[in-house]
Design a protein. Structure first.
Length: 136
């Protein structure tokens, strides 16, 4: 539940994001106001076998574009939390790799390492990226 005025103050949903728009708005709201959790069930989610936006994200330009937009929309927050910044950069690099854009993925992984150098996942991602580049 959120007041309409607060929703509008943070800019509402970013319509340029085709995937992860709920994550983006939550990050922007968290910078503006307190978020509380409840054990009360407020939503019933129905799973279905049909097409869903959150499935099969590999190899789609929209996934990379959406993650980059989320990153840009929340850069000030991510600068305060370098491990979170590193994590989203690893995700961006992964999806760049699914598009066979290994050079761009490597540059993004390097940014991830620079954001939080004492965390092993970016180094593992870099090694896997280099291996894929060699085998391609």
């Amino acid at each position: 539940m959120i007041e309409t005025t607060v929703f509008r103050e943070v800019g509402g949903f970013d319509e340029r994001i085709s995937w992860g728009e709920d994550w983006d708005i939550l990050l922007r709201l968290a910078q503006r106001c307190k978020i509380a959790l409840t054990n009360e069930r407020l939503v019933i989610k129905h799973e279905h076998p049909g097409v869903r936006l959150s499935h099969d994200l590999d190899g789609k330009n929209g996934t990379v574009d959406s993650l980059l937009r989320i990153y840009e929309n929340n850069i000030e927050l991510l600068r305060r939390y370098p491990k979170a910044r590193s994590s989203i950069l690893i995700n961006i690099a992964y999806y760049q790799g699914t598009l066979a854009n290994h050079a761009e993925a490597r540059r993004t992984i390097i940014k991830s390492i620079m954001a939080y150098p004492f965390w092993s996942p970016p180094y593992i991602s870099l090694a896997m990226n280099l291996k894929k580049s060699i085998n391609s």
